[in-house]
Each structure stands twice: as structure tokens, then as C-alpha cells.
Design a protein around this ligand. Structure first.
Ligand code: SF4
Length: 160
């Protein structure tokens, strides 16, 4: 069961999209210098399809994308929820802390971020980051990491 500690409407995490982002707990990654250690605990509310649909109905057409910030503890459920999000006519995104892309990601997601957080290299905003953000079009992975670094040069740090 996935749990989330909070959700936000965000504008920077996925370029060009208005995104409903769920901060998912139970993170199995143990990044040195983790920026959100509370997400390593199994805390928060259950994330269900009912929760997702309630929020999509609340925010309506203002939302273009749903992003799962985490979920590496139950990747198959994240993939299933991505299918549900697309069924609701929204784009699906995943911020994963893994270094490899889930086999089903190119099929079911429109965006995916991979890579653990390394304090010395920085998050997606940093030009030295090890993390990558991909846009997926017809199964083709397009690396759009540099656009994050341009658009976020003067903004707050993006991590996961
Ligand atoms: S993926 Fe994010 S929440 Fe998980 S350990 Fe790494 S920095 Fe912390």
C-alpha cells in the first residue's frame, strides 16, 4: 500500500504542465544526505485511486499531469496508478530514486525522473546532477534535464 504525506499543485517539477504531485512515503532508498528523511518512514494517508479521482475532480481541467514523487517501495502499484491517471485523461509522471528505468515506464508514463539524490551533485536544477528527467513520446525517451536547469536557475531546489 502506498502512502502519501502531502500533495501539492506544482509548476516546475514537470515543464509545461500543471501537476498534482503526491509526496509518497516508505522510500526504500537511503540516499546519503537525504533531503526528506520523513519520507523514509511508512507515514501518511493511504494513496488510492479514490484519493486521486477526488482531487482530480476538485481541481478539474486546471490539472494536466499527476506526478508520483516516490513509490519505489511499490513500483508495480505506481505503474498501475499511472494507467489510471491516463484513463482520467491526464499525463502521468514519476519521480523515482532508482538509477534504472522500470521496464513498463516507457509504455505508461509521459515523464519519468530517475537517479538517487547525491548531495554533492545536487538535484535536477544542478548542472552537475546525476539525475535525469525524461519526456516520453511514443515510447521514445527524450532527456529534458537541461530544461529544468534553465527554468529553475533562479528558483528553489528540486530534489527527490
Ligand atoms: S529518494 Fe529522496 S526521500 Fe528517498 S532516500 Fe533518496 S533523497 Fe531521501
Amino acid at each position: 500500500m502506498l502512502r502519501y504525506t502531502s500533495f501539492d499543485i506544482v509548476f516546475q517539477e514537470i515543464p509545461g504542465e500543471v501537476t498534482l504531485a503526491f509526496n509518497i512515503s516508505g522510500c526504500p532508498n537511503r540516499c546519503k544526505g537525504c533531503h526528506s528523511p520523513h519520507l523514509q518512514t511508512n507515514s501518511g494517508e493511504k494513496l488510492t485511486e479514490a484519493v486521486i479521482i477526488d482531487l482530480l475532480e476538485l481541481y478539474g481541467s486546471a490539472i494536466t499531469c499527476v506526478c508520483f514523487m516516490g513509490g519505489d517501495n511499490e513500483p508495480e502499484r505506481v505503474v498501475r496508478y499511472a494507467q489510471f491517471v491516463r484513463h482520467c485523461n491526464k499525463k502521468a509522471a514519476w519521480y523515482s530514486g532508482k538509477s534504472t528505468i522500470h521496464d513498463n515506464a516507457p509504455q505508461f508514463f509521459d515523464y519519468i525522473k530517475i537517479g538517487d539524490y547525491r548531495e554533492e551533485l545536487g538535484g535536477l536544477h544542478s548542472t552537475t546532477t546525476n539525475q535525469r528527467l525524461y519526456k516520453i513520446e511514443n515510447g521514445t525517451m527524450i532527456d529534458i534535464t537541461q530544461s529544468m536547469q534553465r527554468s529553475n536557475r533562479n528558483n528553489t531546489q528540486l530534489n527527490r
